[in-house]
Design a protein around this ligand. Structure first.
Ligand code: ADP
Length: 297
């Protein structure tokens, strides 16, 4: 089983002709209500690709929490370890203008209530792989990393978002560290680069802290380095319409392939293919591919 430790949000998105200025009200199209948050998205990505997936997270005891749990269950994600917090379910209020630019208000709510104690005991038992992101409180993700290692699980850490001052030393010990090009630069205190050669250099430096590191490069695919080898998996040429959730699809797919015994190059190629397909359809979780849509590895 793959256990994903991370955030759950409900996303409320409205397309508007232009984003409102302070004090202004702008009318938009019908609202789109969907599941979001990096934890929920990565769990759905892995479940759609056929893995046995459980989520360790927190939602509120409110209507949005019920909506999120229902949606997760419909996707086949096990929710028995999602706690009910007295705080409201995490919410993202998203405005998208005619040019596709967005403004997003996030209220972490119950996500901020996920605590180290929630990762104790049996929380990660029976997990071959544990997937962690940083959209939950620092004590919780730190405990998740330590508990996963204590339980002998393999660990994939998607170091996103990178909070100011986050040090690489805190991220030590993952089997796979997954970041995009901006996050790689933030962690290394370096200039962002879209050049695969330079990004590979960044991946090598990050792999000093984890067994392996992968840096995603949007349409250019991803580079990886570390104990399992190194290389550049070129991006798939697709007509991208919405890249929301591409990174989450990539993380979920990478771990599914690794958990099935794929080599690093195969796993990164598979993740590229899954994430590229997700960009060809609107939405985050809604756009994620199912196994039958991908070529066998
Ligand atoms: P994030 O979504 O975190 O910013 P990226 O933009 O690097 O991350 O995208 C993650 C992955 O999604 C890439 O490594 C690639 O596999 C895929 N991807 C993203 N954008 C495109 C695109 N325009 N064409 C093909 N693949 C894409």
């Amino acid at each position: 089983m793959i256990s994903v430790v991370g955030s759950v949000n409900v996303d409320l998105a409205v397309r508007v002709p232009r984003l409102p200025r302070p004090g202004e009200t702008v009318q938009g199209e019908d609202a789109q209500v969907g599941l979001g948050g990096k934890g929920a998205n990565q769990a759905v990505a892995a479940a759609r690709l056929g893995a046995d997936v459980g989520l360790v997270a927190a939602v509120g005891a409110d209507a949005f929490g019920r909506l999120a749990l229902e949606q997760l269950a419909r996707e086949g994600v096990q929710t028995g370890r999602v706690k009910r917090s007295p705080r409201p379910t995490g919410l993202a209020l998203i405005g998208v203008d005619a040019a596709g630019q967005n403004s997003i208000l996030v209220s972490p709510g119950a996500n901020a209530d996920l605590a180290p104690e929630d990762l104790d005991g049996q929380a990660l038992a029976h997990s071959a792989w544990v997937v962690v992101q940083l959209e939950i409180p620092r004590p919780a993700w730190r405990r998740a990393l330590a508990a996963a290692r204590e339980a002998g699980c393999r660990v994939a850490l998607n170091a996103s978002p990178v909070a100011p001052g986050l040090g690489l030393a805190e991220l030590e010990g993952a089997d796979w560290l997954i970041v995009n090009e901006v996050e790689a630069a933030q962690l290394l205190r370096a200039e962002p680069t879209a050049d695969p050669g330079r990004a590979l250099e960044y991946a090598r430096r990050l792999a000093g802290r984890a067994a392996n590191a992968v840096v995603t490069l949007g349409e250019q695919g991803a580079v990886f380095a570390g104990a399992a080898g190194e290389g550049h998996a070129a991006g798939r040429r697709v007509r991208a319409v919405d890249t929301t959730g591409a990174g989450d699809t990539f993380s979920g797919a990478l771990v599914v392939a690794l958990s099935e015994g794929a080599s690093a190059a195969e796993a990164v190629g598979f993740a590229n293919a899954a994430a590229a397909l997700a960009t060809t359809r609107p939405g985050a979780a809604a756009a994620m591919p199912r196994r039958a849509e991908l070529e066998p590895r």
